[in-house]
Design a binder for this molecule. Structure first.
Ligand SMILES: [Zn+2]
Length: 86
C-alpha cells in the first residue's frame, strides 16, 4: 500500500486504474478491512495505492477501530489474504 496515485505501478510497471475496493489496511501490527474505498489498483500485480486524503482517512478509521461495529465474515477476506501471506 502506498500513499500516492501513480499512473504506473512502482513494482511491475503495470497500468494503475482507479477503483472502489475493499481495502486491506495495515496499522500497528493489525489488519483491518474497509469497504468501498476509492483507490488505485495495479491491473497486473494488484498493488493498491491511495491518494493522501484517503490514506489519512484510513488511518483515522484504524485508530478508531474499536468503534467499528460491522465486522466481516473471515472467509470473505481469506482469499485475498492468502494471496499475500502465502
Ligand atoms: Zn504492479
Amino acid at each position: 500500500m502506498r500513499k500516492k496515485s501513480p499512473d504506473m505501478c512502482e513494482f511491475c510497471e503495470g497500468i494503475v486504474e482507479e477503483r472502489i475496493i475493499q481495502a486491506r489496511f495495515h496499522f500497528k501490527g493489525q489488519t483491518i478491512y474497509v469497504d468501498r474505498v476509492p483507490a488505485w489498483v495495479c491491473g497486473k500485480c494488484g498493488e493498491q495505492y491511495f491518494d493522501a486524503p484517503v490514506y489519512k482517512r484510513l488511518e483515522g478509521i484504524a485508530k478508531h477501530r474499536t468503534q467499528i461495529k460491522k465486522t466481516i465474515c473471515f472467509p470473505l477476506a481469506e482469499y485475498d489474504a492468502a494471496l499475500v501471506q502465502a
